[in-house]
Every structure is written in C-alpha cells, then in structure tokens.
Write a protein that binds this ligand. Structure first.
Ligand SMILES: Nc1ncnc2c1ncn2[C@@H]1O[C@H](COP(=O)(O)OP(=O)(O)O)[C@@H](O)[C@H]1O
Ligand SMILES: [Mg+2]
Length: 419
C-alpha cells in the first residue's frame, strides 16, 4: 500500500520511517516533507501546501493512496480530516470538532470539567481586565494561557502577579481574545499519547519531553529539545490510572458531544508528588519529539494501528508490541532558537551518526544543490536505543557528536530527571 504523510517535522520523518518498515507499505509520500524524507529510500516528497485540501485529495485519488496520516495540529484544526473523509479517503487524525481539544484551551478545559478529568483549576475570561483582576485575587505562581493555536508561544507560567499581568497584556496585544487562567501545578511533566478509534483508547508507552531550551530545564519554552521513552515516572499503575481517570472519561465525553474522535489523543500531564496525574493540556496529534523516541520501540506495524483506528477495530486489536529497553532522542537546534535564527548552513556527519548506531530524524533541513542544509529552528533529532536507559543516552550523545553545522546547539542533560 501507499501512505501519504502530511507535515514537515521530525515527527513526520519518524512516522514515514516507521511506516516503511512494515512489509505492507510499499511507498510513503510526504507533503511537504523535509531533507530527511527526501533522502529516504521508498519515500517521495512533494512541495505542496498542507492547506490545499482539494489538491491533496486529488493527489490521493490519482496516486491510489490507501491511507493519509496528518502530522501537525494546524491542518487538523482547519478540517483536513473532514474534507478527506468526505471524499471517502481513509485518514488518521481527528475531525475539526475533535481537534478543538488542542486548538481551544477554553473548550478543552470545559470538556475536562464535564468529564471529571483531574486538571488544574481554572477560569476562562474574554476580558483582559477581568483576567488581571482574577490573577490579583489568586496570587502567584499562576499560569496564563491564550485560547487558540499559538505554536507553543501562548502559555506563560508566571512567578509573580506582575508577570502574569504583563503576559495577559502581551497576549491581548497579539490579538488573543480568550484567556484561561489556571492554577500552577507541581510535579513531573510527562506525555501519554493514546490511539483512539472514537470508541476505545489505547495508550502508547509514556514519554518525557524537555520543553525548555536550557540545561536543568531553564530558559524559554521550545517545541521540545529531547525526549525518552518509556519513562519510569509513569509506571504500570500510573498508566492504568491515566487510562481510567483521564483518557476514557475524555473519550466518553467527546462521544456524548457527538464527536467521533479517530486519531491520537495526547495527554500532557503533571504527576503530582502523591502520584495523582493531572492534565495540563490535550493535543490532537503525535508529540514532537516524543514520537521520535516512541516509534523506534514499536514492533506492531504502524499502519495496522492507524487502520484499526480508522475502521474502529481498536478493541479487537491484539496488545501493541514493543521492543525491550529505552529510546532517547536529543534534538539539535539552530543558534538563537526559540528566538530568531539563520538558515542555510551546511550539515555534515548524518551518515557517521547513523553508522555509529543512531537514527537521525530530520526536522528543519532541506537539500539545496545536493547539499543538506539547515532550514528551521529545530534541525534534527538523534534517537538511540539501548537495553538500558544509560546505554541509550550514551549512544545518543556519541552519535550526535558526529553531526556538525554552524551554531549547532543541543542540551547535554536529556533524561536528567530520572538519573
Ligand atoms: N497549570 C500548569 N502548571 C504548571 N505548569 C504548566 C501548567 N500549564 C502549563 N504549564 C507549563 O507550560 C507548558 C506549556 O503549556 P501547555 O498547556 O502544554 O501549552 P502549549 O503546549 O500549547 O504551549 C507546559 O509544557 C508546562 O511545562
Ligand atoms: Mg504543551
């Protein structure tokens, strides 16, 4: 079968790579893809726009593509799944109504409250002054969240009331009109990605991302600087609890609202010191970089999981099979990220990194005149697997050392929270 993957990040490269390991998948096409999908055997990359739903649908029908996988949240929130489903195309990823779980933090919070899902206490405001007054009354630390997709730039964890007031003013100036003001939660942050077919949820192995740019979890938030899986912070009991207290009631409430949610339901959680999992947010797609650590450990062919979700057969599916050991992904970024950075620097050492025992997933890369060059903030992710977490970490760092480009930056402490 032929599969189309929409998106251009490390996540999409990892999905395409995993799909190509399946004996049933003969070819993967990527729109718009990146330098990694362009160079991968069996994969074809097409420079189309991801908001050209009509063009994509036509392409799928002409090419005889059996399955479309949507990587990023933006096309999902714009209704790409609805459009393709209407043309009888099999698509993995929720419809526009379901994608609201990520695209509107106010909507998601209301859903969580209705579902009885443990989450930070919060109030929603459409008036910035009322939001500020509420912050003054609650005190700090407190968390300010703008409603709407903000590419990771809509949340401020404020240490003081003044900081929270400034954040509300800033976000308001940027055009955000709805604010969720929520209680600050303590504990370890983890990501639990689950498959949903609209009736049943099945969690994948739990992962931990590293959101901040600096070592020791300091500095600005990023799209994610590294991840590992499975994380021991979520043991079997905790995962069972997340399924029972978070994933199942959320899906049941989506169903109650008439939303047929088929895709990834990703819960970003804090595990409180007493073991209570609480939801920070939901995403409607695979996490990046978590996917780059989770999928290499997956043994069940990936297209089987996607098709089971689309065809509502998740309940009948045998247990998902995983390799033993751990996987660690370290992200290499451009100097300046998550602020401004330059593009177009030649990248060397990818082959050496691969030969040394890692998988290199490309994100912001492209091929320019036969040369791989940087083309984004997060440039690539180096994933290594090992029988132990320590082996995987050592291998990931040994391999990323092979890679060079001007201004390369990566955190040296991925996984520090469990060492
Ligand atoms: N209630 C909270 N308490 C403590 N930290 C939070 C809270 N909500 C969010 N954060 C921190 O802010 C980050 C971004 O928030 P999140 O809700 O995941 O929004 P987004 O990913 O859309 O930017 C989280 O990864 C987490 O580290
Ligand atoms: Mg998040």
């Amino acid at each position: 079968m032929k599969v189309l993957v929409i998106g251009n990040g490390g996540r999409e490269h990892a999905i395409a790579w995993k799909l190509l390991q399946s004996p049933k998948v003969k070819k993967v096409l990527c729109i718009p893809g990146n330098g990694g999908t362009t160079s991968m055997e069996g994969c074809q990359t097409l420079p189309m726009r991801t908001d050209d739903f009509e063009g994509i649908a036509r392409f799928v029908l002409v090419q005889g593509i059996s399955l479309v996988v949507i990587g990023p949240e933006l096309p999902l929130s714009m209704g790409i799944a609805d459009y393709l489903q209407q043309q009888n195309i099999k698509v993995f990823g929720p419809n526009q109504a379901g994608a609201q779980i990520e695209s509107s933090k106010a909507w998601a919070k209301e859903l969580m409250v209705e579902a009885g899902v443990p989450t930070a206490g919060a109030e929603v405001f459409s008036d910035a002054e009322a939001a500020k007054a509420y912050v003054s009354q609650q005190g700090a630390p407190i968390v300010v969240k703008a409603d709407g997709l903000a590419a990771g730039k809509g949340v401020v964890v404020a240490a003081t009331v003044e900081e929270a007031h400034c954040a509300i003013a800033d976000l308001s100036n940027q055009g955000f009109r709805l604010f969720v003001i929520e209680e600050y939660l303590t504990g370890q942050e983890v990501s639990v990605l689950a498959l949903s077919d609209g009736l049943t949820v099945r969690p994948l192995i739990p992962a931990q991302d590293h959101k901040q740019i600096g070592e020791g979890d300091t500095g600005a938030n990023t799209g994610g600087m590294g991840a590992y899986a499975p994380t021991p912070i979520v043991d079997a009991d905790c995962l069972e609890r997340i399924e029972r207290e978070v994933l199942q009631p959320t899906l049941a409430t989506l169903q109650k609202r008439g939303i047929d949610y088929r895709g990834i339901l990703y819960a970003g959680l804090k595990i409180a010191p007493d073991g209570q999992p609480k939801v920070l947010e939901f995403n409607c797609r695979f996490g990046d970089p978590e996917t780059q650590a989770v999928l290499p450990l997956l043994e069940t062919p990936l297209e089987q999981l996607f098709l089971a979700c689309i065809e509502q057969r998740l309940e009948e599916l045998p247990p998902i099979s995983w390799k033993s050991g751990s996987a660690v992904c370290v992200v290499a970024a451009s100097q300046g990220y998550p602020g401004s950075y330059k593009r177009g620097y030649p990248i060397s050492g990818v082959q050496q990194a691969t030969e040394s025992g890692a998988i290199v997933f490309h994100a912001g890369t492209k091929i320019q005149q036969n040369q791989l060059v940087t083309d984004g903030g997060r440039v690539l992710g180096v994933t290594a697997m090992g029988e132990t977490f320590e082996d995987a970490i050592a291998q990931a760092y040994q391999s990323i050392d092979c890679i060079e480009f001007e201004g390369i930056y990566y955190r040296k402490d991925i996984g520090h929270r469990i060492k």
